[in-house]
Design a protein around this ligand. Structure first.
Ligand SMILES: [Zn+2]
Length: 97
């Protein structure tokens, strides 16, 4: 299982860049990442087809906290802090910005 070596969020560009230990470099749009938040609240909103990031601009990450060895808690600049992103989920995200 790949493990992230570095996570760097750039508020100016709105991009989260992850460098994995297998040298894969992944760039994720933070606004899209916010919409893909895996917490129960956001999943429920998505089921109701409510755009969870609609009232929130610009895109940013306030803090990234490690959760054990398997995930990161991403605290978005809109204050939303319930998203626990397992590495395997982050790695699987395919974005078409
Ligand atoms: Zn969420």
């Amino acid at each position: 299982m790949p493990y992230p070596q570095t996570l760097h969020s750039d508020t100016a560009t709105g991009i989260l860049e992850i460098v994995w230990d297998d040298t894969h470099r992944q760039r994720l749009d933070i606004a899209l990442l916010r919409r893909q938040c895996p917490c129960a609240d956001c999943k429920s909103l998505r089921r109701q087809e409510i755009n969870v990031a609609a009232p929130w601009r610009p895109s940013g990450i306030a803090e990234i906290r490690p959760v054990g060895a398997y995930a990161a808690q991403i605290i978005f600049s809109d204050g939303h802090d319930r998203g626990i992103f397992p590495w395997i989920y982050l790695r699987s995200l395919k974005q078409d910005p």
